[in-house]
Design a protein around this ligand. Structure first.
Ligand code: IMP
Ligand code: MG
Length: 187
């Protein structure tokens, strides 16, 4: 597996430190809310980030799930995301925090924010681990962001290429042979 990695963009220690800070920002935002928070992770890419983030959030919470597929087999060509499944509690009048791995074109978050928004939450916020500059939809934004990165396809820490590499403990760029960019390790 490691032989497929051209370079590590964000290592484990940096991820850990940033998540601690990020959890602090989020906890502060919700500190006055005794009634609790509903976390809505976007499967499957958010699972590793989710597990690390929520264990640092001293906030009463429960969880709902949405599963979105963006069919991103090719490393650079996004297709229209589809909501495959959702298992959500009643979100009316609830404080909801969507958790996703990465904000790229914004198609995925637009879909999830719209469908959660239609359920009538009291408040709706979004946290993403990574954000790329290529936003197509100016209406789609994340309230909390782990790292801003370049327009490079990354894997690891939950992010995949054709379903693989989610278990890498860091954020990495693949070699050209494994599906990574052909114009240099961070191209
Ligand atoms: P968007 O819909 O274009 O914003 O892309 C969001 C989704 O595309 C993410 O939830 C990921 O599943 C996938 N994605 C976007 N960029 C990458 C990447 O660099 N590596 C792996 N998956 C990505
Ligand atoms: Mg995803």
């Amino acid at each position: 597996m490691d032989k497929d990695v051209a370079g590590v963009l964000i290592d484990e220690a940096r991820i850990r430190r940033r998540i601690t800070t990020l959890a602090g920002e989020i906890a502060e935002h919700y500190s006055d809310r005794e009634r609790g928070l509903t976390i809505v992770p976007v499967l499957s890419g958010s699972i590793v980030f989710l597990a690390d983030l929520i264990r640092q959030l001293p906030v009463k919470m429960r969880m709902g799930l949405v599963h979105v597929s963006s069919y991103r087999g090719e490393t650079t060509t996004p297709r229209d995301p589809r909501l495959i499944a959702s298992a959500l509690p009643d979100l009316r009048n609830q404080d909801v925090l969507i958790v996703d791995d990465i904000l790229d074109t914004g198609g995925t978050l637009r879909l999830v924010q719209r469908s959660v928004g239609e359920a009538g939450p009291r408040s709706l916020r979004t946290v993403v681990l990574l954000r790329k500059p290529r936003r197509r939809d100016p209406d789609v934004a994340a309230d909390f962001v782990g790292f801003d990165i370049e327009n490079v396809f990354v894997v690891g820490y939950g992010l995949d290429y054709n379903g693989w590499y989610r278990n890498l403990p860091y954020i990495a760029v693949l070699t050209p042979d494994a599906g990574g960019p052909t114009d240099g390790p961070c191209g």
